[in-house]
Design a binder for this molecule. Structure first.
Ligand SMILES: NC(=O)c1ccc[n+]([C@@H]2O[C@H](COP(=O)([O-])OP(=O)(O)OC[C@H]3O[C@@H](n4cnc5c(N)ncnc54)[C@H](OP(=O)(O)O)[C@@H]3O)[C@@H](O)[C@H]2O)c1
Length: 235
């Protein structure tokens, strides 16, 4: 049985977040989907509501998320999925790109959580699920910026878990390896072409569904998923 009736999903317009959103809707969970462009984030369903926030611009987040929560008092959790891949040697990134990367992949998740936690504490229940990465577990060549954010997200989830547990709020970090999505559109590498080299996006959505169905007394702290054979190719 699903314990959650309405949830926020960031990054709902594409890839992992989109698959999660469609899966939740199929299971009659209402989704408030957030991305940068409301018009491009459309799912025709009475269970879907589109909202627009650019997570690289931190100053706009508080006002926008407060408005979403004010208008949706029945929200019971957050699936924090929005993210972007900037890979390369650190000396080649402009300061602006460094900031945008850390804002989108780390600080926006922290700020959203800052607003969700007191909101969920009042309800005395809730689910917070974050999409991390294999880069949250190991750093790698050209991955400094991305790993810095994802390691940060991992430390953040480990710490807030203890802050909210007594209020029946669970915190889960899902760390996928390679998934074939638009994430790789602007990168010079991608998963190998064999289907064994990519996680099926729906498998991540199924994991999210099962966490939402889980008994309130069970916390799924962290999950690592990988393609059965790891292979990265240059474009
Ligand atoms: N693909 C992989 O191999 C992989 C592996 C491990 C972890 N991940 C993580 O999974 C998450 C989703 O990635 P994906 O593979 O599904 O990529 P994707 O298909 O490119 O989707 C990224 C999503 O994030 C949203 N987004 C990006 N920048 C944003 C911003 N500044 N403000 C608001 N929304 C923004 C995008 O929305 P708009 O562009 O429409 O605004 C889109 O909905 C990311 O956190 C990524 O780090 C991906």
């Amino acid at each position: 049985m699903v314990n959650i009736k309405k949830i926020i999903v960031t990054g709902s317009s594409s890839g992992i977040g989109n698959s999660i959103t469609k899966t939740l809707i199929k299971n009659k969970i209402k989704v408030i989907g957030i991305s940068r462009n409301k018009e491009k984030n459309v799912i025709k369903s009475k269970y879907f509501q589109s909202e627009e926030i650019d997570f690289s611009e931190l100053k706009n987040i508080p006002m926008k998320i407060e408005k979403v929560l004010d208008q949706n008092e029945d929200v019971e959790g957050l699936i924090s999925c929005a993210g972007v891949g900037y890979f390369g040697n650190i000396e080649n990134f402009s300061v602006d790109k460094i900031l945008r990367s850390i804002h989108t992949n780390l600080l926006s998740h922290i700020i959203l959580t800052k607003y969700l936690v007191p909101f969920l504490k009042k309800k005395n229940k809730g689910k917070l699920i974050y999409i991390g990465s294999e880069s949250a577990l190991n750093g790698g060549k050209k991955g400094s910026l991305y790993s810095a954010a994802k390691f940060g997200l991992r430390g953040f989830t480990q710490s807030i878990r203890a802050e909210v547990a007594s209020r029946n709020i669970t915190v889960t970090l899902i760390n996928p390896g390679m998934v074939k999505t638009n994430f790789f559109n602007n990168l010079d590498f991608q998963p190998g072409s064999n289907k064994k080299n990519s996680i099926i996006v729906y498998d991540i959505a199924k994991i999210v569904m099962s966490i939402l169905e889980m008994n309130i007394n069970t916390s799924v702290d962290e999950i690592v998923m990988n393609p059965i054979i790891k292979s990265v190719i240059k474009k």
